[in-house]
Design a protein around this ligand. Structure first.
Ligand SMILES: [Ca+2]
Ligand SMILES: [Ca+2]
Length: 366
C-alpha cells in the first residue's frame, strides 16, 4: 500500500498535501522528480533491529530512511521492507503482483536515481500517434534515409516516414487526433526524457484499431530497429497476425511492454496474455493509492507481470497542454521509460536479463 503519511513527512514541501494529493504527486512527479519512488523501506522495523541506528537517528525518520537507502545494503543490513527479501520475490513471481521499484532497479545496475535519461534508446510507441508539436515532447527518432518529397526514399513501403509513420492512414505523419498516444508518450518521456520516440500510429480520431494495423505497426517497429516497443492496446480476442508479429519481435530481440487491460478481469487481455508463450513480453498492470486498480486486469498467473502507477497520472495532452490519465496504458508507459534507462546503461542486455532485473527489483506490497 502507498503510505501517504510517509511520503508527506519525507518531503517537507508536500506537508500540506492530502492523502490523495500525495498519491497524485507520487504517481506522476515522484518519477519525474526522481524522489524516492515508493516507501518500500520500513524504517521502524529497521530501527528496531539495529540499535546503533536507533541511537544515531533519535527518531528522525528522514535521516534514518536516507541511511538505510544509501548504506543499508553496503553494510550488509536488510532493509526490513519486503524489497530485498527473496521470499517476497518468489511470492511476487507466483502471484504476479510485484510493484516496479525504479530505485531498487537502478541500484542493481549500480546507478543512482536521477542519473539516467534513456539517452539514445529508440522506443516504438504503437498507439494513436503523437501531438508532433507538443513542446514537452522533444527528441523523436529521425529517419535520415527519408526526405519530405512525396516519395518512399528508403523503400520500406511508407512515403515520407521521417518522424514515425501513420499506418492507419498509410502516410508518414503520425499526428495524434485522439490523445491516447500523446499521453502515453508523455509518461515515457517523464521517466526517460532523452529516449528517441518513433510514433507508430495505428488508430484515428476514435482510437479504435484492429489486428491488421497493430501487427503492421509491430512489423514497422522491428524494421525500424527500435529497442523497445510500447504497446498500450488491447484486442477483443486472440489474433494470429499479432501473435506472429510479436514472435518476430522476439526473434529480433526487442522487448515489448503491453498494458494488462482495463476490464478488471482476472487475466490480462490480448495481446498481453501472449506473454505466456512469447518471451519478450512484459505485462504491466495498474496500481493506485489503495493497491491494484479495480479496472486493471490481474495477472492470472501470466508471467512476467508487474504493477506501476496508473491512476491520477499527469501527462501531455493534445494541443500542447497537460492533463490526467488513468489506465494500464500509462502504467505500461512508466515501465517502458525504465527499461529505456536500463538499456541506456547496458545496451546489449538480453531480454532475459531485462526481465530478471525488473522482476527481482519489484517488491510485493499488496
Ligand atoms: Ca519510407
Ligand atoms: Ca520521401
Amino acid at each position: 500500500m502507498f503510505d501517504a503519511n510517509f511520503y508527506r513527512t519525507t518531503y517537507p514541501d508536500l506537508i500540506n498535501h492530502s492523502d490523495s494529493q500525495c498519491w497524485e504527486h507520487y504517481s506522476t512527479y515522484g518519477w519525474r522528480e526522481r524522489r524516492r519512488p515508493h516507501p518500500s523501506i520500513n524504517v521502524n522495523s529497521y530501527l528496531s533491529r539495529y540499535t546503533d541506528l536507533r541511537a544515531a537517528f533519535k527518531g528522525n525518520h528522514w535521516l534514518a530512511y536516507n541511511h538505510i537507502f544509501n548504506f543499508g545494503i553496503q553494510e550488509g543490513r536488510n532493509y526490513g521492507g519486503p524489497n530485498l527479501n527473496p521470499f517476497s520475490y518468489l511470492y511476487s513471481s507466483i502471484t504476479g503482483c510485484g510493484i516496479v521499484n525504479p530505485t531498487e532497479m537502478l541500484y542493481r545496475i549500480g546507478k543512482a536515481p536521477g542519473t539516467l535519461t534513456g539517452q539514445g534508446v529508440t522506443v516504438g510507441v504503437i498507439d494513436t500517434g503523437l501531438d508532433l508539436s507538443h513542446p514537452d515532447i522533444p527528441l523523436l527518432f529521425f529517419n535520415t534515409k527519408e526526405l519530405l518529397n512525396g516519395k518512399d526514399d528508403d523503400n520500406n513501403g511508407y512515403v515520407d516516414d521521417i518522424y514515425g509513420v501513420d499506418i492507419f492512414s498509410n502516410d508518414g505523419i503520425p499526428e495524434d487526433l485522439h490523445g491516447h498516444g500523446t499521453l502515453v508518450t508523455g509518461v515515457i518521456k517523464q521517466v526517460a526524457p532523452e529516449c528517441l520516440i518513433s510514433p507508430i500510429k495505428i488508430a484515428g480520431e476514435s482510437g479504435a484499431s484492429n489486428d491488421v494495423y497493430i501487427s503492421n505497426g509491430i512489423h514497422y517497429a522491428i524494421n525500424r530497429g527500435v529497442k523497445i516497443i510500447n504497446l498500450s492496446t488491447s484486442l477483443l480476442g486472440p489474433s494470429n497476425r499479432v501473435y506472429q508479429a510479436l514472435q518476430r519481435a522476439e526473434q529480433a530481440g526487442i522487448v515489448v511492454l503491453i498494458g494488462a487491460g482495463n476490464t478488471g478481469e482476472s487475466v490480462p487481455s490480448f495481446p498481453a496474455r501472449y506473454a505466456d508463450s512469447i518471451h519478450n513480453i512484459i505485462v504491466v498492470g495498474s496500481y493506485g493509492a489503495n493497491g491494484i486498480s479495480n479496472f486493471s486486469n490481474k495477472s492470472g498467473g501470466v508471467y512476467p507481470y508487474v504493477l506501476a502507477p496508473g491512476e491520477y497520472v499527469i501527462s501531455t495532452t493534445l494541443g500542447g497542454g497537460t492533463g490526467y490519465c488513468q489506465g494500464t496504458s500509462f502504467a505500461c508507459a512508466h515501465v517502458t521509460g525504465l527499461i529505456a534507462q536500463l538499456l541506456q546503461t547496458i545496451p546489449n542486455l538480453s531480454i532475459a536479463g531485462i526481465k530478471d532485473i525488473l522482476m527481482m527489483s519489484s517488491g510485493n506490497f499488496l
